[in-house]
Design a protein around this ligand. Structure first.
Ligand code: GDP
Length: 874
């Protein structure tokens, strides 16, 4: 059943006066009708037929050609197609909306979507007069093809409807746009409404909102989404291509892009897998080539991240390669040069080590062994020997040896070193005799002397300090000349001295060896010139050379703060020439040489190689043994001094690691040491020799054990000094260090190992060299007490009346009995008393009585060392 479709509604829909419709029906169908009369099916057909026929398009071709550009038509067709789709959607929507209404009769389904009214769509083959509306949904097969084959506007007589822009045509419920009417035959005499303007609101009951025109409403979003991306891409590409090529004609490129875009649209990959792989291979090859030519410098240490940056690859790649080398590292991890260069070389880069120029490198002249400016320089001589064997007397004798009477006044200066002329060639003597000063300078890095004159009193022979001196000289690698002194004495026995020398591997020349032995007398000055000539001879064979044209460099011999002159230092120029006004840096002192005095107290302006001079002008007092350098750049020198001061402070906190048995293996593995110097001190000479030989046998492929000094007696200050200068360790058997030596060893970090059994010492050194030094027990000293009185009590035994010198003595302590630096016994306390009371401990400064478990042979002057045994691990 149709809904009621009244005459006035039909008229309105058709855009004709109601009366016209009434009249039309009156003339065709019997009956009377008014505007409110509902039309039946027949009546409606008559009306529609009539008006459709009236608006028929006679010739479609004419229509299309008539004033319409093809392009426009095509666009319109496309539009129409999309609009039709839209219309269909809307129709479907409308149908849904009307689903509740009575179903339309078969064959008129469209009536529903039109609000129950019959559509104007041409029925029964008639063409609707509103054919300018696209969506007629040609019903009943009347002309269904019109929608597909031609613009569905049915614009008559070639008048193309203007509603091409109109979005929907199915909003026919009275509010449909009226613009189509303009295309109507003029005979309809109806005023044409404004083009394209829908007559909104003319039917307030409109179920659908009228749509204003606008492409936004008809956009096919599916197509649009793809289009937008491609356009964007094309635009980018166009810009890129144009800017790159400077070519405005980009048709060809566009075509390519279109193809590409098309490919994309079709979902094809831009490149096949093979192409991709080829491209990847090419890229890798290029990278490999690039890296092959990559030359990088690497510092001593570099982080993974920095290395990656230098190699132009990712840190992940480095980490991966490190894993391959068995190194697990993170980005911030620091790699050493070897590891970093291994990775870099694996990648194909050429690696060079970064040369870090220190301020010293920039400031100081480089020494060149093949320097052509090298000329002979005077030898620098030190005098060593046992106390009272005549070192000072000999130095005096030499000093006066070739001083003529007139010069006597000029030789009173003492600046720490002096020169004498022998056959018009100077010899420089350091006038601080003894190996202590010599070694302390050496410990500071100053390798000053060329020749050591070993003074041995002919009547006394070789004494402990003579042995020390021999070993100190040997450790420093200087030539030794023996001066057998006090030859004027009746008891002089030079042969005995020579004999004893051979025991210390010093074989006199006249006995086939290489050690010159010159008999002298400092007192009578006999043999002095022979000695000097010998010094010159030895110097000549040593070929001592220096370049006087260089900036001066040398060592500080002595330094003091003079009230009037400020810091004063005696320096020994070892290379180059020092001039007044030169900027000098000595240790942490810096300044310009203001006044320069020679050993005779004369003002000089320059000092060549091997010349000692006293200088003023430094800003602080350097230390004996400090190196000094004359430099050009004062600012840089000051910078270096600041740096040195800073380093010194740091060194105080983390004192330089001396070789100990505990760290020996790490030193060996790092390749730091090739030789382990050892100083042996024992209670008897036999022990010294035994230990020396056993230790030297331990040497393996990497390290050679070398006993640089072995002697009988307590570990002395001088032993510690030698150990410090030579980076040696001290091994003692049944001996103790004297208090100063012990203190110095602790201060300087010199290892002092004390044993009671030779085997333990050998074992320790051996295992330490293999890096397997086991955790040990060690003695922890508690205190020392001196025996002041000894009481023999019949029932008790021997009781020692003691005075506690340092620390404390506890009842449970072990006691070492030390006599003249030698351990005579090792025992435990039997009793500890203050007056008559047993006590647990006695502190420093108190007297006490002690008796020992086993040892009874206590003597006055013995020292009891109380100690505990402690287990320790590294
Ligand atoms: P130093 O401790 O090695 O410096 O020895 P000295 O130079 O102080 O001399 C110690 C003592 O030996 C002094 O009393 C000197 O007079 C004496 N003396 C030094 N040389 C000789 C010498 O050649 N002959 C004699 N008879 N006595 C000497």
């Amino acid at each position: 059943m149709l809904e009621k479709y009244r005459v006035h509604e039909v008229a309105k829909d058709l855009g004709v006066p109601t009366k016209e419709v009434v009249d039309l029906l009156g003339s065709r169908v019997p009956g009377e009708r008014k505007s409110m009369t509902a039309l039946n099916e027949t009546e409606l057909s008559v009306v529609l037929n009539h008006y459709t026929n009236q608006n028929q398009v006679e010739n479609f071709e004419e229509y299309f050609s008539a004033g319409h550009a093809k392009k426009e038509a095509a666009a319109a067709a496309a539009k129409a197609a999309s609009e039709q789709a839209k219309a269909q959607q809307q129709a479907a929507f409308a149908a849904q909306q009307r689903a509740a209404r009575p179903a339309a009769p078969a064959g008129q389904p469209q009536a529903q979507q039109n609000g129950g009214r019959p559509a104007f769509n041409g029925q029964q083959g008639s063409r609707p007069q509103n054919g300018n509306r696209p969506a007629f949904n040609g019903q009943q097969g009347s002309r269904p093809q019109q929608n597909g084959n031609r613009p569905p506007f049915n614009g008559q007589q070639g008048n193309r409807p203007q509603n091409g822009n109109r979005p929907a045509f199915n909003n026919q419920n009275g509010n449909r746009p009226q613009q189509g009417q303009q295309n109507r035959p003029p005979q309809q005499n109806r005023p044409a409404p404004q083009q394209t303007q829908p007559q909104n609101g003319t039917q307030p009951a409109a179920p659908q909102k009228p749509r204003t025109r606008g492409p936004a409403m008809t956009v096919d979003t599916r197509a649009g989404s793809v289009q937008i991306n491609i356009d964007k891409y094309n635009e980018k590409y166009d810009n890129l291509a144009q800017s790159k090529l400077g070519n405005k004609d980009t048709a060809a490129q566009k075509q390519k892009l279109n193809q590409r875009s098309a490919q994309r649209r079709q979902g094809k990959p831009a490149m096949s897998r093979k192409e991709k792989e080829d491209a990847k291979m090419r890229r890798l090859e290029l990278e490999r080539q690039r890296r092959k030519n990559l030359e990088i410098t690497l510092p001593e240490e570099i982080t993974v991240g920095d290395l990656a940056a230098r190699l132009h690859i990712t840190a992940a790649e480095i980490i991966k390669r490190l894993m391959g080398l068995g190194v697990m590292a993170t980005v911030n991890e620091t790699l050493d040069f070897d590891t970093a260069s291994m990775v870099a070389m694996e990648i194909g880069a050429k690696v060079e080590k970064e040369v870090v120029l220190t301020i010293e490198d920039r400031l100081f002249e480089v020494e060149d062994e093949n320097d052509e400016g090298m000329v002979e320089r005077p030898p620098i001589v030190v005098v060593m020997g046992h106390v009272d064997h005549g070192k000072t007397s000999l130095l005096d004798a030499i000093r006066h040896a070739n001083v003529t009477e007139g010069e006597a006044g000029g030789i009173t200066q003492h600046i720490g070193a002096y020169q004498v002329l022998v056959n018009d060639r100077p010899i420089t003597f350091l006038d601080t005799p003894g190996h202590a000063a010599f070694t302390s300078m050496r410990a500071r890095g100053a390798q000053v002397t060329d020749i050591a004159v070993l003074v041995v009193a002919a009547d006394d022979g070789i004494m402990p300090q003579t042995v020390e001196a021999i070993n100190h000289a040997k450790a420093a690698g200087v030539s030794i000349i023996v001066a057998i002194n006090k030859m004027d004495k009746p008891a002089a026995n030079p042969d005995k001295v020579k004999q004893e020398l051979t025991e210390y591997e010093l074989v006199p020349e006249e006995w086939g060896g290489d050690v010159p032995c010159i008999p002298v007398s400092a007192k009578s000055r006999e043999g002095i010139s022979d000695l000097l000539e010998m010094i010159q001879l030895v110097a000549d064979t040593s070929e001592l050379k220096a370049n006087p044209d260089k900036m001066a460099k040398g060592s500080v011999i002595e330094a003091k703060l003079d009230k009037g002159r400020g810091p004063v230092a005696t320096v020994l120029v070892q290379n180059g020439t020092l001039h007044t006004g030169d900027v000098v840096i000595a240790g942490t002192a810096v300044g310009r040489v203001r006044v320069m005095l020679n050993d005779k107290g004369e003002k000089v302006d320059e000092a060549g190689p091997s010349t000692p001079v006293e200088i003023t002008g430094l800003d602080s007092v350097p230390e004996a043994g400090d190196m000094f350098n004359a430099v050009e750049d004062e600012r840089l020198a000051k910078e270096l001094v600041d740096q040195r001061k800073f380093e010194n402070k740091q060194e105080q906190f983390s004192s330089y690691e001396k070789v100990t048995l505990d760290n020996l293996f790490s030193h060996i593995s790092q390749g730091d040491i090739k030789e382990l110097p050892i100083i042996v001190k024992a209670d008897v000479q036999g022990s010294v020799e035994a230990v020396k030989q056993s230790l030297e046998k331990i040497s393996n492929d990497e390290v050679r054990v070398k006993v640089i000094h072995g002697a009988v007696g307590a570990v002395s200050e001088s032993d510690v000094m030698l150990a410090n200068a030579s980076n040696a360790i001290i091994v003692g058997f049944n001996v103790r260090p004297d208090p100063v030596a012990k203190e110095n060893a602790e201060r300087d970090g010199v290892e002092l190992r004390l044993y009671r059994i030779i085997y333990d010492a050998i074992n320790d050194v051996e295992t330490a060299m293999k890096g397997m030094l086991a955790p040990k027990y060690r003695d922890v000293d508690l205190g020392r007490a001196e025996v002041r009185q000894v009481y023999k009590i019949t029932s008790v035994g021997t009781v020692a009346g003691c005075y506690v010198l340092e620390g404390k003595i506890t009842r449970s302590a072990n006691i070492r009995i030390v006599r003249d630096g030698i351990i005579v016994a090792d025992d435990k306390l039997d009793s500890l008393k203050r007056f008559k009371d047993d006590v647990k401990e006695v502190a420093k400064g108190y007297e006490c009585g002690m008796s020992l478990v086993k040892f009874n042979d206590i003597k006055e002057g013995d020292v009891f060392e109380a100690y505990e045994v402690e287990e320790y691990r590294e």
